[in-house]
Design a protein around this ligand. Structure first.
Ligand code: ZN
Length: 158
């Protein structure tokens, strides 16, 4: 197990759309997924995307009340029309926080690190973290989605 080093803005990998993972490659990525989860936990993150550790694959992990989960090739469905604005921060943009509008709830489908299909229903903060991480693997940062930077640190960074 290893703690991976997190790259910071303006590293070009953070601006690169990541590639889908061929399903046959998932077994080889189990150790990477565990390291990504361990790194997220070590940094007190709510989520962490593979390209934040300079790996351009469509993988991210999130921290849920039941522990960390890795999503591989994630897709969203059923995004709520309702949006809400809240504070966000990012492990790749230290010390910067802003107000970002996100869908209130959504469903996500993905492969987990064992290569099984999973579906997650998320509301509120978990839905926000999923959207923040999906943005990461598409090369988008939360600072692109805010015009209101703030001084106080929110509950967590991703
Ligand atoms: Zn982030």
């Amino acid at each position: 197990m290893a703690i991976l080093s997190i790259i910071t803005h303006p590293h070009t990998t953070l601006r690169t759309k990541s590639d889908d993972v061929p399903v046959s490659e998932i077994p080889k990525l189990q150790q990477f997924a565990r390291d990504l989860e361990k790194t997220m936990l070590a940094k007190d993150g709510l989520g962490l995307a593979a390209n934040q550790v300079d790996v351009r694959k469509r993988i991210f992990c999130i921290n849920t009340k039941d522990g960390p989960i890795t999503l591989i090739n994630p897709k969203f469905s059923r995004k709520s029309l309702k949006k809400e604005e809240a504070e966000e921060g990012c492990l790749s943009i230290p010390g910067v926080y802003g107000m970002v509008k996100r869908h209130h709830s959504l469903k996500a489908t993905a492969y987990n690190k064992r290569g099984e299909r999973i579906e997650i229903k998320a509301v509120g903060l978990l839905a926000r973290v999923l959207q923040h991480e999906m943005d990461h693997i598409n090369g988008i940062l939360f600072i692109d989605r805010t015009d209101k930077l703030i001084d106080n640190q929110p509950d967590g960074e991703a």
